[in-house]
Design a binder for this molecule. Structure first.
Ligand code: ZN
Ligand code: ZN
Length: 416
């Protein structure tokens, strides 16, 4: 009797649809275009589906680059001291060269977000810093939108056990898989059409915000009275956007936000987090910040405050805002009520702000602005970009014009 292969808790049809959406919506991969793909080895089943859809769409060359949790941990436990100031710059230079040659970029997220929770925080910080610096040539081509890029997620076992610690492994994976499929809109008959409609809705929101061209947003709610100035010439974006290579892609799957660049010098007042923030293995709870002239001058948290303050000491821009994003409280990810420990999901559950680097593309004519021009218009610069959630059903947001007149943007967490 032939032995039956064990049933995977991940629905193969929805997994295949996720791969198809990554290629056709996320990247809009073009005939002849190469694809650089990074993924945890655990995500191999999705990588294989993606490669097939990529080649069927006419990809020239699909090159996966894998990471592995066991190998990452082995470094922290066995590598010499000097290892933690190093990073594979040669690999990132190669990726940058591929992007310069118009290769598309796809990242699969799926690692256990708490993987490094018990490792030496000093080593983690050093390794992250070395990696951020070495990754810069490649990352700049991504953040400045030289090429079409996309991130999707895979329900790896270690991540699933983090989100559903009380469930058996199989059940946890199945539940995380369904949550990912639903948030990524691939649990419907025609995911491509669903994404077309979703993109149109996001576009209607950001078009309205751009027409209003607010000078600032004013947030009020429990523990929050915050004015966030918007950068000069800022532009709201959301959903699909056109890369410099002319390809319109959906960089984040899922995505629920419309977002823009705040003014790095014009943020004042106090603000309280509405959800915990999972940052590189540390859960930071009940963040409270007070801003003066754009700078977070007081930073508190009921747990993880030390880690947070440390990362905010990374550089001059780390205590200033680089992004402001609006997400209605009724978004599907918010309704799931889950904490994913993954920014890609958690930031799409609530309105948020981000400490650190801004997006050049969130400016009028941003694609051709120099870093100096962006800074002059209020765009922030930093090695970090950390989103944290400040939206809830109790938050009201007004748009404030330069003459002081006000327009309701959100009431009780919903579009006004
Ligand atoms: Zn965001
Ligand atoms: Zn962000």
């Amino acid at each position: 009797m032939a032995s039956q292969s064990p049933r995977s808790p991940i629905d193969p049809v929805k997994l295949d649809k996720l791969a198809e959406v990554a290629i056709k919506v996320g990247l809009q991969l073009q005939k002849g275009q190469d694809l650089v793909l990074t993924a945890p080895v655990a995500a191999l089943p999705l990588v294989r589906r993606i490669a097939e859809h990529a080649y069927k769409a006419g990809a020239g060359l699909v090159q996966p680059i894998f990471s592995d949790e066991e190998i990452t941990l082995s470094r922290y436990r066995n590598a010499p001291e000097a290892s933690f100031d190093r990073a594979p710059g040669w690999l990132y230079e190669g990726m940058a060269r591929a992007f310069a040659g118009n290769a598309a970029r796809l990242a699969i997220a799926g690692d256990n977000p708490m993987l490094l929770a018990n490792e030496d925080p000093e080593k983690v910080a050093r390794a992250n810093r070395a990696n951020s610096m070495a990754y810069k040539p490649a990352l700049e081509k991504i953040t400045s939108f030289d090429i079409n890029w996309n991130i999707v997620s895979y329900p790896s076992t270690s991540w699933a056990k983090q989100v559903f610690p009380d469930d058996e492994e199989d059940i946890a994976v199945e539940r995380l898989a369904e949550a990912i499929f639903s948030a990524s809109r691939v649990d419907v008959a025609d995911p491509i059409a669903a994404w077309r409609e979703h993109n149109a809705n996001l576009k209607a929101r950001y078009t309205w915000l751009n027409e209003n061209n607010f000078y600032a947003l004013h947030y009020t709610g429990p523990g929050t009275d915050l004015t966030v100035g918007l950068a000069d010439g800022h532009k709201w974006k959301g959903g699909a956007s056109e890369a410099k290579n002319g390809i319109t892609c959906n960089p984040n799957i899922p995505t629920e936000e419309v977002f823009t660049t705040p003014h790095a010098q014009r943020v004042d007042g106090y603000v309280r987090a509405t959800k915990p923030l999972a940052h590189q293995g540390t859960l930071i709870r009940d963040i409270e910040m007070r801003f003066e002239g754009g700078r977070a001058v007081e930073v508190k948290a009921s747990s993880g405050g030390q880690v947070l303050n440390k990362v905010l000491d990374t550089d001059e821009g780390a205590r200033r805002l680089g992004e402001v994003a609006l997400v209605p409280h009724s978004s599907p990810i918010s309704k799931s009520g889950l904490l994913f420990f993954n920014t890609l999901f958690d930031e799409n559950a609530a309105s948020h702000i981000a400490m650190g680097q801004c997006y050049a593309d969130c400016f009028e004519g941003g694609k051709s602005l120099s870093p100096e021009q962006i800074a002059a218009q209020g765009g922030n610069r930093s090695l970090i970009h950390i989103d944290w959630m400040i939206g809830s059903a109790e938050i009201d947001i007004d748009g404030v014009h330069a003459d002081g007149s006000r327009v309701a943007v959100m009431r009780k967490g919903e579009w006004a």
